[in-house]
Design a protein around this ligand. Structure first.
Ligand SMILES: [Zn+2]
Ligand SMILES: [Zn+2]
Ligand SMILES: [Zn+2]
Length: 186
């Protein structure tokens, strides 16, 4: 396995990290700092519950359902009121700090760090069907291709959720080992 520089590299710079063992503290620290900067910039309040929801989403590179977030909030003493969780998730999604992953009916922290937050970044979500890890890869070129296709139908695209399901390298390798063993036995 090729060595990757471990210092300060986050899944925002290298989406493949989401599927690998890595020092996830850098991802968490970077994305929390970005959330604070975005909120300061836009005059938004990163209230304790909004921040806590973002921290919960940032714990792993996996999407969480609203009820899982709610259970975690309740355990943290924020009460067990669904609107509290939904409003916090809405806030994070509206301001590009988290994404709704339609295919999973779940939410994931945004893993994107450029300054063009107002431009509304386009992302491609890569979801491993085996380990459930999720990576956010840049999707600008895909969005351009989509708009070109839509233009052919005289259709103006306002939004698109591009979500791909498949297998990450680690899960493919694990599956490959299984096949090799079967091959030896045959
Ligand atoms: Zn990470
Ligand atoms: Zn994002
Ligand atoms: Zn996987």
């Amino acid at each position: 396995m090729p060595e990757k520089p471990q210092h300060e590299v986050t899944a925002a710079e290298d989406p493949a990290l989401a599927f690998q063992t890595h020092d996830h503290r850098h991802c968490v620290g970077t994305m929390l700092a970005r959330a604070e900067a975005v909120c300061a910039d836009k005059g938004l309040r990163l209230t304790p519950v909004r921040r806590r929801v973002l921290e919960i989403l940032l714990e792993t590179h996996k999407a969480l359902g609203a009820y899982e977030v709610l259970d975690r909030l309740a355990a943290d003493g924020f009460g067990h009121q669904p609107p509290v969780a939904y409003r916090a998730l809405d806030f994070l999604v509206t301001h590009g700090l988290a994404h709704r992953i339609q295919r999973l009916n779940a939410f994931a922290a945004c893993m994107h760090t450029t300054d063009d937050s107002d431009a509304g970044h386009e992302a491609v979500f890569l979801i491993c069907r085996d380990c459930n890890a999720l990576a956010e890869a840049p999707g600008l070129r895909l969005r351009a291709a989509l708009e070109a296709a839509a233009a052919g139908a005289d259709f103006a695209v306002e939004g698109a959720a591009i979500e791909a399901i498949g297998l990450c390298a680690r899960c493919r390798a694990a599956a490959g080992e299984g096949n090799d063993n079967a091959g030896v036995g045959a």
